[in-house]
Design a protein around this ligand. Structure first.
Ligand code: IPD
Ligand code: CA
Ligand code: CA
Length: 275
């Protein structure tokens, strides 16, 4: 990479960092004081004033530094210059259900896709005070210290994490069968309700793998960069290159990738499940 390219990425990373820290301050400030919690459409898909206020902070920072870029923000939709090769995917409050219930696992996730490729990411959890950051080719850090994925090489010794999308009551493709199957094959499967922190958890070696369906680009763009730069692997369930708009992701430390992929692809239906 040329010096100029590195400097450019560092500028983008600084902007992403400034934006997640500003949003995180709002999430801390509004904590426990919500008076407007609404459902966005599907039952359980919540939005609060904290989501909107945090998003406004992120947009303020991006518009100040990079007004020509394109934006996809969870609460505001598509904004900015639709011809730009730079697309920022913003989740102002990842973990809204947790936040609304007072369960302190939530983060702001801001990722940059350049020509469709996740290239820069910042995820800030103001409750654990952890700031995860990465840019392609420049490594990944948590609170400015380098991070790396785990060395767990066997699925049977792994600790995984997953999630369940808001359409789970409307489809049998709701990840329940996969959850049972993988719970049986591993040391455990966690569900914390914050996709960006799930990916960050694999990136720093607390977890060995993550899969989920029904996701949006704003849930995963930043986390993908952080995980890949920490030495992890991100693909579709079958190991083929990830389509960020497909909603499905398989993300691991690399070592258990093939066995987790195989387990997902051979999951028995719940009706056939037996211990
Ligand atoms: C949700 C969380 C959750 C995941 C859902 C996401 P939100 O995001 O990341 O972990 O299971 O699919 O939609 O709605 O809290 O921003
Ligand atoms: Ca989200
Ligand atoms: Ca959100």
């Amino acid at each position: 990479m040329t010096q100029t390219a590195v400097e450019q990425l560092q500028i983008f990373l600084d902007v992403a960092t400034e934006s997640v820290l500003a949003a995180g301050a709002v999430l801390k400030e509004r904590w426990g004081k919500l008076n407007n919690i609404q459902e966005k459409g599907r039952p359980g898909d919540l939005v609060t004033e904290a989501d909107k206020l945090a998003e406004a902070e992120v947009l303020k920072v991006l518009n100040r530094h990079l007004p020509d870029h394109q934006i996809l923000a969870e609460e505001s939709g598509a904004l900015g210059n639709s011809k730009s090769e730079y697309l920022w995917a913003i989740d102002p409050l990842d973990g809204t259900t947790n936040y609304a219930h007072g369960f302190p696992v939530a983060a702001t996730s801001v990722g940059l896709l350049i020509d469709g490729i996740p290239t820069v990411g910042a995820v800030y959890n103001p409750f654990s005070n952890e700031l995860f950051r990465a840019a392609k080719g420049l490594g990944a850090t948590c609170n400015r210290r380098p991070i790396q994925v785990s060395r767990t090489a066997e699925l049977s010794k792994s600790l995984l994490i997953t999630g369940f999308a808001y359409d789970r009551r409307e489809t049998t493709d709701n990840n329940y069968a996969e959850f049972c199957h993988l719970t049986h094959l591993t040391q455990g499967v966690r569900r914390l309700g914050c996709a960006s922190m799930d990916l960050a958890g694999v990136a720093c070696g607390r977890l060995d793998g993550y899969w989920e369906r029904g996701l949006q680009p704003w849930d995963i763009t930043a986390g993908i960069v952080i995980l890949e730069e920490a030495g992890g692997k991100v693909t579709a369930y079958d190991g083929s290159p990830l389509d960020i708009n497909s909603g499905r992701i398989l993300a691991t430390n690399g070592l258990i990738h093939d066995s987790l992929s195989q387990a997902l692809l051979t999951t028995p239906a719940l009706s056939e499940w037996k211990s």
